[in-house]
Design a protein around this ligand. Structure first.
Ligand SMILES: Nc1ncnc2c1ncn2[C@@H]1O[C@H](COP(=O)(O)OP(=O)(O)OP(=O)(O)O)[C@@H](O)[C@H]1O
Length: 659
């Protein structure tokens, strides 16, 4: 009875709409209103004459199923799984072709009759032109996911239903099918279907991807995601490519990447698609070599359009291994350089260029924020080149007082100036003869010395102070700076001609926070520090998480200092988050501390004992330290480790957590 009343009211609203009156449409969603208008104006549906659901004959259904047979086959597992999840909540599942004909269906047998009457059945036709506004038909028209809930349906026959439909698109982005879940009854509120929408979206995407992988199973496929951990499991992007990197097709996410590229760099000829090596900043050899690049068969690439880093794996064509190509010289392993980075696109670029430059005489200028490892790279360039057995002399132009820098660099003869050594001194430039001279903070070199340095570089000769004859030197010069050299030149503080001579090639080191291989850097800095000590102290997972979460304004130097501090102060054989300097713990503040099972008991016992003692001593840390026979800082450190905060402090709740 109540349904009849609602149907009557619904019909009246739509009749008013068909007569051009917009009353009773308050709260009606735009997408629904537009569809209702289409039903009235375009399809000439009469709201006053509800129509029963139309179900096709077996023969007609067969004709609709045939063209989507392959999709039905691929989608089967997804359809079964989705239905298993939603059936207990009273939903049925429909898969339709792009015309809205239900070509696959799952429903409860005991409701067979009611479902057939409602059109929730195999062969049912949900084309908007015939059935009016409904999830499937409107989803096909708009090519968008939609929930059509109860009286949002146009036809009064359907206003007890709730239906949620999501399009499945082919690799060209055309709707080829629709996945829908519907229920005969549902709660009143539209929001009750939000979860249904997310779930159908998820399955529709899985079916789409399964279909893509099936269709392009004979091609190379790049699978990518913004999280390394998800690439194999559920990498969102798929792009099928030829062996030269030409793009054949992409799934929704892959096409979005291509579109982003094209909107930034519009093609000079319409329809021209960029190559995968243009979308992702890398060479074809790097893409084809992904499977052998790392243990997890994933490699990081920079997306050129957004500068973001994504992680990519390669799926080989069915039954065919791609030929491994000869490795280009720029990718040949060079241990001294290779160990500076793991899988970071910017570092790959730097190291690729460094491999080419290591045996060249070109001057190299290394730029990058302070502490990014400019000197370490300069040293690695030297060690990996033909001058490796000759001296590597590093000079920090900012650290030597201006009054001394000239004599330090150029040297002097006995008696050249008051205060100098009576034996004179061989300058650093001469000391580097045959090897490499590394001038750090070159932007801080005084102007007068810049002129003299230019002469050394131009003529290959150095003139020590007080000398009358120049001495020949054979040098490779590497310089570094974290300053903006263009600004220094513009302000007249750096000679342009010297700058061009030093800048034969430029290597720009990325800041640590921009790198995708944080984990590797943390591990290698930790290993290098542990190697210098006599005991092995491992990094616990919570400390690694905090280190990964921190932004490192001081780059690798700051990381090294933080780990050095933790190694020096940690008790036992592991570094926990609480052993790190306070500023690095911030990333995990507020996150409940997860203790490893083996240490949980010992940790809380120890924590409880300390809490007992602190209570006994009325939170007098000095007294507690004396009783324990340890220093005050040690007690504070242990308090931090167990989250013990004096009761007068606001966050004293941590104390309670131990009970
Ligand atoms: N790949 C690395 N592995 C281990 N330690 C590293 C690495 N790179 C840099 N370091 C360490 O980080 C610190 C800073 O490195 P480096 O002096 O090379 O940086 P920089 O960029 O030259 O700094 P600045 O601009 O201040 O001169 C050094 O102690 C160095 O040993």
């Amino acid at each position: 009875m109540q349904l009849r009343n609602e149907q009557r009211q619904h019909i009246e609203t739509l009749i008013r709409l068909s007569e051009g009156q917009m009353t009773g449409l308050d709260g009606c969603r735009e997408v629904i209103r537009r569809s209702w208008e289409r039903c009235v104006d375009e399809y000439r549906l009469d709201p006053g004459r509800p129509r029963p659901a139309r179900v096709l004959t077996q023969q007609a259904l067969r004709e609709h199923r045939e063209p989507v047979d392959e999709l039905l086959h691929v989608a089967r597992a997804g359809v079964d799984r989705l239905f298993a999840q939603v059936a207990p909540m009273g939903y049925v599942l429909l898969l339709t072709d792009r015309r809205g004909i239900t070509v696959d269906f799952r429903g409860q047998r005991e409701q067979d009759h009611a479902l057939r009457r409602a059109g929730l059945y195999l062969g049912a036709d949900w084309d908007e032109r015939h059935a009016g506004t409904c999830a499937i038909g409107t989803c096909i028209h708009d090519a968008k996911a939609i929930t059509c809930h109860q009286s949002e349906h146009f036809d009064a026959t359907h206003i007890s239903l709730t239906c949620t439909a999501v399009p499945i698109t082919d690799p060209q982005g055309q709707v080829i099918a629709v996945l829908d879940i519907s229920a005969l009854r549902s709660p009143r509120s539209h929001e009750s279907q939000n979860f249904a929408l997310s779930l159908v979206n998820l399955y529709s995407r899985m079916i789409e991807d399964a279909y893509f992988l099936h269709r392009y199973r004979d091609c190379l496929i790049l699978r990518f995601d913004m999280a390394r951990e998800f690439v194999h499991l559920n990498g969102r992007g798929l792009i099928a490519i030829e062996e030269d990197g030409s793009i054949i097709a992409g799934n929704g996410f892959g096409r979005a990447l291509i579109d982003a590229h094209l909107s930034r760099w519009p093609p000079w000829s319409p329809g021209l698609v960029p190559k995968a090596t243009q979308l992702l900043d890398g060479e074809i050899g790097e893409l084809l070599g992904i499977l052998s690049a790392s243990d997890d068969q994933i490699r990081a690439f920079r997306i050129r359009a957004s500068e973001a880093i994504c992680f990519v794996t390669l799926i080989e064509p069915r039954g065919r291994r791609i030929a491994t190509r000869a490795v280009p010289p720029s990718l040949t392993p060079v241990p001294a350089l290779d160990r500076l980075a793991s899988d970071d696109p910017a570092m790959h670029r730097v190291l690729k260029l460094a491999r080419r430059l290591r045996n060249e005489e070109v001057s190299v200028l290394i730029t990058g924020e302070t502490g990014t490892g400019k000197e370490v790279l300069a040293r690695a360039l030297h060690d990996s080149g033909k001058r490796a057995k000759k001296p590597f002399v590093a000079v920090n132009c900012a650290a030597i007082p201006e009054s001394l820098i000239e004599s330090e660099l150029f040297g002097y003869l006995p008696g050249a100036f008051t205060g100098g050594s009576s034996k004179g001194m061989r300058g650093l430039i001469q000391q580097a003869d045959g090897g490499t001279l590394f001038l750090d903070e070159i932007g801080d070199m005084p102007l007068s010395l810049q002129t003299r340095l230019l002469r050394v570089l131009a003529e290959g000769e150095v003139m020590p102070l007080g000398a009358e004859k120049a001495v020949r030197v054979d040098l490779r010069v590497i310089t570094a700076t974290h300053r903006d050299m263009d600004a220094l030149i513009a302000n007249g503080r750096f000679r342009e001609d010297l700058y061009y001579r030093l800048n034969g090639a430029r290597l720009r080191l990325p800041a640590l926070r921009e790198r995708a291989d944080h984990h590797y850097v943390i591990r290698s800095v930790h290993e290098s520090l542990v190697a210098k000590r006599d005991r092995d102290v491992r990094l616990r997972a919570d400390a690694v998480s905090a280190l990964l979460a921190y932004a490192w304004p001081g780059n690798i130097r700051q990381l090294k200092n933080a780990l050095g501090f933790a190694l020096a102060t940690a008790e036992g054989d592991e570094i926990t988050v609480h052993d790190l300097p306070e500023e690095c713990q911030g990333g995990l503040a507020g996150v409940p501390q997860v203790l490893e099972p083996s240490s949980r008991n010992a940790t809380s016992d120890e924590g409880r004992a300390l809490l007992g003692l602190l209570r006994e001593t009325a939170w007098n840390v000095s007294l507690a330290a004396r009783r324990l026979g340890v220093s005050r800082p040690t007690v504070y450190r242990r308090m931090r480790r167990y989250g013990l905060v004096p009761p007068n402090r606001k966050d004293a709740h941590l104390e309670n957590a131990l009970h």
